[in-house]
Design a protein around this ligand. Structure first.
Ligand code: GLY
Length: 365
């Protein structure tokens, strides 16, 4: 009896892996997602959900992909909602971006009066404010809907043990081995985020970059009758409102290995930094605090495309933009895997820019 095979195995059940699984399934492939823990419980669970496609700090090489992905979001959300029957908090109110000086920026510069009329509770003196046409999403609701849609589309998920190595014959991948078992497929995609380097024998050089965040709620409505409506991105802190009244405040950027501990002093500092921008936040109650591990890469760009092993692909290293980049990554990777033109120039993200073999010791940037 022949053992079961899939058309594609995706290692990693975060938003990148599950979005790609949905896309490949849409094109008729039988797909298995192999997740070391619980799907969607790492970086996809920790992100604030800013879809920061117009951030002036986005590396130039990433801008086209960021814009394409942001433009895909309304349809991505509509499909996931329709297929899952679940709600997803997707907000289209824009971002107020605060810079310490005028900068080239694809937004509208706002006067102090305009800022006050948009966000009465925001103190922006000393900053140049820009309104950016960006959206935000609740990544936990997004992930839950994506997993439900994947289930309904017939994507299979194996959870609870990590992939430790590929199986390779004649320079082509034939499947994966986990700590417990093996799965066979002629196509494998590494979507393991910060853990992408742990699949032997190829080293996809991502590393964990810790971010701590908190959410706050107001016991009573703020004095001007409403909470924050826009995402606010300052230099040391960002604020992301949810439709249920919570405000998420992030985030630290820490080189701390795979440590996800939350430091209460750090959380207080984040709340204090947020209260400089929105003083009422100083009186708000902390609802939750958590940490996640962004998948950093040596040059800050994603690692996407073919590897040196035949039919083994990478889609990792999305660093601070994994939620934003999920729909475009799914499209591009599905096209590359199917041998089609990716439609976006992703040459800057090629895994071949790094020496990806098992002897490479990756150092933090
Ligand atoms: N995506 C926001 C952050 O990395 O903090």
């Amino acid at each position: 009896m022949r053992s079961k095979t899939w058309d594609a195995i995706i290692i990693g059940g975060g938003i990148i892996g599950v979005s790609l699984a949905l896309e490949l399934r849409h094109h008729g492939a039988q797909v298995l997602v192999v997740e070391r823990g619980e799907p969607g419980r790492e970086a996809s669970h920790a992100g604030a959900g800013m879809l920061a496609a117009l951030d002036p700090e986005t590396p130039a090489a990433l801008r086209e992909m960021a814009r394409v992905s942001a433009a895909k979001y309304p349809e991505f959300i509509a499909e996931l909602k329709a297929e899952s029957g679940m709600r997803i908090d997707f907000r289209r109110n824009g971002t107020i971006y605060l810079a310490s000086a005028e900068i080239p920026c694809e937004g509208t510069e706002l006067s102090a009066a305009e800022v006050k009329s948009l966000e009465p509770g925001l103190e922006c003196s000393g900053y140049v404010a820009y309104l950016l046409a960006e959206d935000s999403v609740d990544p936990r609701e997004l992930m839950a809907a994506a997993l439900e849609a994947a289930k309904r589309r017939g994507v299979e998920i194996a959870r609870g043990s990590p992939v430790t190595q590929l199986t390779i014959e004649a320079d082509r991948v034939t499947g994966v081995r986990t700590t417990k078992t093996g799965f066979a497929s002629p196509v494998v995609v590494n979507c393991c985020g910060a853990w992408a380097g742990e699949v032997a024998p190829i080293t996809i050089p991502t590393r964990p970059v810790k971010g701590q965040l908190l959410s706050v709620v107001f016991p009573q409505r703020p004095q001007h009758g409403r909470s924050l409506e826009h995402v606010v991105r300052g230099e040391s802190v960002y604020l992301v409102p949810r439709s249920d009244g919570r405000i998420l405040i992030g985030a630290t950027v820490e080189e701390a290995g795979f440590d996800k501990r939350v430091d209460t002093d750090v959380i207080q500092q984040l709340q204090q930094a947020a209260a400089i921008l929105v003083p009422e936040i100083g009186e708000a109650r902390i609802h939750d605090a958590w940490a996640g591990l962004r998948p950093g890469s040596p040059d800050g760009l994603p690692i996407m495309g073919k590897t040196s092993v035949g039919e083994y692909f990478a889609a990792a290293g999305h660093y601070r933009n994994g939620i934003l980049l999920a729909p475009a990554t799914a499209m591009v990777m599905s096209r590359i895997i199917r041998g089609a033109d990716p439609e976006i120039d992703v040459s800057a993200f090629s895994p071949s820019r790094f020496p990806c073999d098992e002897h490479v010791a990756f150092r933090s940037a």
